[in-house]
Design a protein. Sequence first.
Length: 218
Amino acid sequence: MAAAYHSAVTPRFRRGPSVPGPALRRSLVLVAVAVIALTGCGSRPFDSSGACTEDGRAPGAYPALEAILPATFDGRGPDSLDSGRNCRDSLGTLASHGVEEVRFAGAIWDLGSGGGVTQAVLEAADLQPAWVTEFYETGARAGRRVEEVTLSRVAVGERDGTRIDALNGESYQTVVIVPDLANRVRIVIVANAIREIATREAHDAVVGRALDAATSTE
């Protein structure tokens, strides 16, 4: 995973691509702060209407995408909400499929004690869920402290999604990729510190609530 988005879209497993990516709070950032992993935009204002020559993000950049995300998780709004885009040089394996630009929106809930939930949506011309799965799986397997990477199918509402689970150091991390409309894919990312969550079953319970929240906006 080349990078991970700070406030929204692409999470990161410690090392990977870079796009919706972030820098939320240390533990949350390591896991899932953004969808693709946006590395840095400098101090210039982000012009979401211009040509995609460099990555950028900002609250309200793409309000239609932000509106797709759940407004609440466990009864409260997100700690961070924004949207943006990543250009070809930041897209990792997605670029190998001819993707030139990905627009994203992401919301992050900091659960404290190294835990967090990210709800995100990615949009690009001809975007396929399998490509997004490849992007996240490649990032997970490239991480130095990542082990036990597994893929499985999961029902998310009336859709079939792909779930990626990994043990990243002392953190349970899960990414679920869910098909949406044409050219659009939803992402749900959950991370929990093993010392705090105690069991994988408890982590899975958070994943279940996050998937319920994702389907509440359909």
